[in-house]
Design a binder for this molecule. Structure first.
Ligand code: PA5
Length: 425
């Protein structure tokens, strides 16, 4: 399990500090299924369920793709996209020898981006994993139409063999197409919303194709979810949820999630969706933003240190690096760096992180540290389960339904009317 260090936030808390009685109530509400949106809490049991149902088929499909193709094109947006991308960039930032390259499309409407992907894809053999729970989302539907045409040109009658559809078990245009065309299909469970679906086939199939050991991920997630179910003020999800709600109550309305690993960038994007879509409603919600350290210290650092004081900072730190590299000694020392010669880069980075923490706290930014053992399959599972569980608690603590997203429909209505969709008003 992860560890949450609130020592850098304690000086900023209101009253007696994090309200664990309120966290206990949210925990009970979540696990008893008595809260708002409780029919979308299937993610709590998802790791065990996927292990008992689709996991073998996911691994077999991934092996088939890895054996025959140089690329997988993943078509999806939002919750049908960000988790897989976060996982792959975190755990496989550089594809291993023989790993297919994973391209993500359907997460926007840019013609230029699409053409860039097509150029990179070239004439490589490829498969397509189209992911859409509703099966009707415009961005992935458009990209999927384009890639279906390409598959048909490339593979003729065999094109359907290269399509894997991840969608609702019963409903939607994609489900109907998949059934009619006989594509291999995987399920986005009814009781799991898009942003909570990374541990279903939505995330696991692209991850497995990229060479991530998804059995390890799922096994670890089973244990993590079990551990998070245990109530108590030492539960890291309670600590994180209660601390951020306390700070929000004191006016810290923006949370920046940071990490010292550049490979964490898309995990932060996944986190932003998870928290933004779950909490930003009814006129409430902490605004989730992200930074990549140390790079952003040279761009955003000024604002964090001295801008308006509504920022809280949550930093994900990995206890051990996967690699080590010592700073070389240089007899001439023209750059004056010999004072750190021989010290491991990971150690230098850890010192920098401590220095940043101290500076930002002294600048009035509460600091929460989320400590994860390693940047590996178990670490990824721990991060996902922790952030999902804490998000649900935090949403219930602030009085919203953490599992709906009514606000995302507003722009779609306008867009469909402007595009002339039949029936749109
Ligand atoms: O979390 C969500 O519900 C959304 O981000 C959806 O995942 C996103 O809009 C894509 O929807 P769909 O999977 O239906 O295409």
């Amino acid at each position: 399990m992860l560890k949450v260090d609130l020592s850098g936030a304690s000086a900023f808390f209101t009253g007696a500090g994090p309200d664990y009685a309120h966290a206990a109530l949210a925990h009970e509400t979540l696990l008893s299924g008595s809260g708002l949106g409780s029919d979308f809490t299937g993610w709590l049991g998802l790791p065990r369920r996927i292990r008992d149902t689709e996991l073998d088929r996911i691994v077999a499909a991934a092996e088939k793709i890895r054996a025959r193709s140089r690329a997988l094109v993943v078509v999806g947006i939002g919750g049908s996209y960000l988790g897989a991308r976060g996982a792959i960039e975190l755990l496989r930032p550089v594809p291993g020898e023989g790993d297919p390259k994973v391209f993500f499309v359907g997460n926007g409407l840019s013609a230029d981006y699409l053409c860039d992907v097509l150029r990179q894809l070239g004439d490589a053999d490829f498969d397509v994993n189209v992911i859409s729970k509703s099966g009707t989302t415009l961005e992935p539907a458009v990209s999927f139409r384009i890639f279906r045409e390409l598959l048909a040109k490339k593979y003729g009658d065999m094109a359907g063999e290269h399509i894997f559809a991840t969608t609702d078990a019963r409903r939607g245009a994609l489900k109907s197409l998949a059934d009619a065309e006989g594509w291999e299909s995987f399920v986005v469970p009814d009781d799991v919303g898009g942003r909570f679906s990374v541990l279903s086939a939505v995330g696991l199939l692209p991850m497995a194709v990229a060479g991530i050991d998804v059995r390890r991920v799922v096994d670890a997630a089973v244990a993590e979810m079990d551990a998070l179910r245990v109530p108590g003020s030492d539960n890291p999800a309670w600590q994180y949820a209660a601390a951020r709600q306390n700070l929000y109550g004191k006016g810290f309305s923006v949370e920046i999630l940071g990490c010292y690993e550049p490979s964490f960038r898309f995990m932060a994007e996944w986190w932003k969706q998870l928290y933004g879509e779950s909490e930003g409603k009814d006129g409430k919600g902490i605004f989730p933003a992200s930074v990549e350290y140390t790079a952003d210290l040279h761009s955003m650092g000024q604002y964090v240190q001295e801008g308006p004081r509504m920022l809280m900072e949550s930093i994900v730190r990995f206890d051990s690096s996967l690699c080590s590299y010592a700073v070389p000694f240089d007899a001439a020392d023209g750059d004056g760096l010999n004072y750190i010669a021989g010290r491991d880069l990971a150690e230098v980075c850890a010192v920098a992180a401590d220095a940043v923490k101290e500076a930002h706290i002294s600048g009035g930014v509460p600091n929460i540290v989320i400590r994860c053992a390693r940047r590996d399959e178990e670490g990824f599972a721990a991060l996902v389960c922790f952030f999902e569980f804490a998000c649900a608690l935090s949403g219930y603590m602030s009085g919203v339904n953490p599992f709906n997203q009514p606000g995302v429909e507003a722009y779609k209505k306008n867009m469909f009317r402007m595009l002339g969709k039949p029936g749109a008003v």
